[in-house]
Design a protein around this ligand. Structure first.
Ligand SMILES: Cc1cc2nc3c(=O)[nH]c(=O)nc-3n(C[C@H](O)[C@H](O)[C@H](O)COP(=O)(O)OP(=O)(O)OC[C@H]3O[C@@H](n4cnc5c(N)ncnc54)[C@H](O)[C@@H]3O)c2cc1C
Length: 405
C-alpha cells in the first residue's frame, strides 16, 4: 500500500534489482551501431582525450590548417577499439592532413559526425522534420534544446531566441528548453533587478507564443552556472506571475550538486502552491545533479572562493536524493511536478520506486520517458508524477539540437 512514510534508503535493494531488470531487458534490443562505436571509443583509456581533442581541435577551428595540425597530433591517441578502416583512415589522414588540409579535414569531420549521428540532430530545415518524425515514431515526446557556444554578444543572443521561436512555431515541436544566459548578452551581475527585467522582456514573446499555441507549448528554463540560479528563478517566477500566464505550465531545472538546491525547491514549492491556489497551473522542476562542475571549480579557483557545489560526488548524490525525498510527496506534486533526469539508472530507478511507493503515479500527468544505455532504449513505465529521462547527448555544437527522450 502507498505511504508517504517510505524513505529513499528503504528502497535501495529494490532499485538495484529494477536496474538489473532494465539492463537485462535492454540487452535484448539491438543497439545502434554508431552508439556501440561511441561507447567503445569512450571505454578506451585514450577515448575521452581523443574525443574531446577531436571536437575542440579538429571540428571547432575555422582555420583548416589549425585543424589539420591537431588532427596529425591526435593520431597517436587513436583508440584501438575503432574499426580498422577508421584507424587506418586516422593514420593516413594524420599523415596527409597538413599538405592536404582542404580535403582531409572535411572528411575527418564527416566521419566524426557519423559517429555521433544518433546523438545530435541537424537543425537545418531539411533535416529537422524527418529527424523529429523518426524519433517520435517510438512514441517518444521530445524536449528540444538549440545548442551552441556561450553567448558573448547581443546579435548571437538574438539569433538563439529567433532559433527557439522557429522551433516553437513548428507543429511537430511541443517542448523547448533554453537557458537565461543564452537570451541576452552577458549582463552585469551587480545589476540583478535590471538583468531580470531585461531577460523577462527577451523571453516574454516566447512564452506568449507558447501560450497562444493550441495545444499549448512547454518552455523549460535550463540551468548552467551557479551565478545564474537566483536570476533564473526570479525570471521564471516573474514571467509566470503575469495574469496572462496563470494557466500556462512551464518548467525549470535545479542542480542537486548545489547545496542551495533543496532550499530553491522549497521556495518554488511555496510560490507554486500560491499560484495553484489562485487557480493557476502547476510547474515542473527537472532535477539533475549538474553538468557544470569543472567550470564551477575553475571559477572558485580563479576568484579564491569556495566552490558553489558540494565537495564530493557522494554529497551531490545525497543532495539529489534529499531533493527528491522532499519533492516526491502527494501534496507537493500537485504544485510542482518532478522530472528526474540523469544517466545514473540507480537514481532514476530509486525516484521511480519512491514515487510509486508514495502513491504518486495516479496524481500525475506527465509521461515517463526512457531508460537509455549504450543506444538501447526501453520504456520504463506509464503515466506518472515523475518523468524519468536519460539523455541521448550532452555534446555541444552550434546548429545542432539536443534531443532529450
Ligand atoms: C535529460 C537530461 C537533462 C539534463 N539537463 C541538465 C541541465 O539543464 N543542467 C545541468 O546542469 N545538467 C543537466 N543534465 C546533466 C546532469 O546534470 C548530470 O550532469 C548528468 O546527468 C550526470 O549525472 P548523473 O546523476 O546522471 O550521473 P552520476 O555519474 O551519478 O553523477 C555525476 C554527477 O555527480 C556530480 N559530481 C561528480 N563528482 C563530483 C564532485 N567531486 N563533487 C561534487 N559533485 C560531483 C556532478 O554533478 C556530476 O555530473 C541533464 C541530464 C539529462 C539526462
Amino acid at each position: 500500500m502507498a505511504t508517504t512514510d517510505v524513505r529513499p534508503q528503504q528502497l535501495a535493494d529494490e532499485a538495484i534489482a529494477l536496474v538489473r531488470r532494465w539492463l537485462a531487458e535492454a540487452a535484448q534490443v539491438p543497439a545502434d551501431p554508431s552508439a556501440e562505436r561511441l561507447a567503445g571509443l569512450l571505454r578506451d583509456p585514450n577515448g575521452l582525450d581523443f574525443a574531446v581533442g577531436f571536437v575542440d581541435g579538429v571540428v571547432r577551428p575555422e582555420d583548416l590548417n589549425v585543424a589539420a595540425k591537431r588532427l596529425s597530433e591526435l593520431t597517436s591517441l587513436t583508440p584501438k577499439f575503432l574499426p580498422g578502416y577508421m584507424r587506418g583512415g586516422m593514420t593516413l589522414g594524420g599523415a596527409l592532413a597538413k599538405p592536404l588540409s582542404g580535403v582531409v579535414v572535411p572528411v575527418a569531420r564527416r566521419v566524426l559526425r557519423e559517429l555521433v549521428s544518433h546523438l545530435i540532430i541537424d537543425a537545418s530545415d531539411s533535416k529537422l522534420g524527418p529527424a523529429i518524425a523518426k524519433i517520435k515514431r517510438d512514441g517518444v515526446s521530445l524536449n528540444i534544446n538549440l545548442l551552441g557556444e556561450a553567448i558573448l554578444g547581443k546579435a548571437e543572443a538574438e539569433r538563439r531566441i529567433e532559433g527557439t521561436h522557429k522551433l516553437l512555431a513548428r507543429d511537430d515541436v511541443g517542448y523547448v528548453s533554453i537557458k537565461v544566459s543564452s537570451t541576452v548578452a552577458p549582463h552585469n551581475h551587480w545589476a540583478f533587478d535590471e538583468a531580470v527585467v531585461e531577460i523577462e522582456q527577451h523571453l516574454l514573446p516566447l512564452f506568449e507564443r507558447a501560450a497562444a499555441a493550441s495545444p499549448r507549448k512547454f518552455i523549460n528554463l535550463d540551468m548552467e552556472e551557479y551565478k545564474d540560479l537566483d536570476l533564473t528563478l526570479a525570471v521564471f517566477t516573474k514571467i509566470l506571475d503575469r495574469p496572462e500566464f496563470l494557466n500556462l505550465e512551464a518548467g525549470i531545472v535545479l542542480q542537486a550538486y548545489l547545496p542551495d538546491a533543496l532550499s530553491a525547491m522549497m521556495r518554488l514549492q511555496k510560490w507554486s502552491a500560491a499560484r495553484v491556489a489562485r487557480g493557476g497551473a502547476p510547474i515542473k522542476v527537472r532535477v539533475v545533479k549538474g553538468a557544470n562542475l569543472p567550470m564551477e571549480l575553475v571559477e572558485a579557483t580563479v576568484h579564491g572562493w569556495e566552490a558553489a557545489t558540494w565537495g564530493s560526488k557522494q554529497e551531490s548524490d545525497t543532495g539529489y536524493k534529499a531533493v527528491l525525498d522532499y519533492a516526491l510527496h502527494p501534496e507537493r506534486v500537485k504544485n510542482v511536478r518532478i522530472g528526474v533526469a540523469g544517466h545514473n539508472l540507480f537514481d532514476v530507478a530509486l525516484a521511480w520506486l519512491l514515487a510509486k511507493a508514495r502513491g504518486l503515479r495516479a496524481a500525475s500527468s506527465s509521461r515517463c520517458c526512457s531508460a537509455w544505455r549504450r543506444g538501447r532504449r526501453r520504456p520504463c513505465g506509464a503515466r506518472s508524477a515523475v518523468c524519468c529521462s536519460t539523455c541521448r547527448s550532452c555534446t555541444r555544437r552550434s546548429s545542432t539540437l539536443q534531443s532529450l527522450t
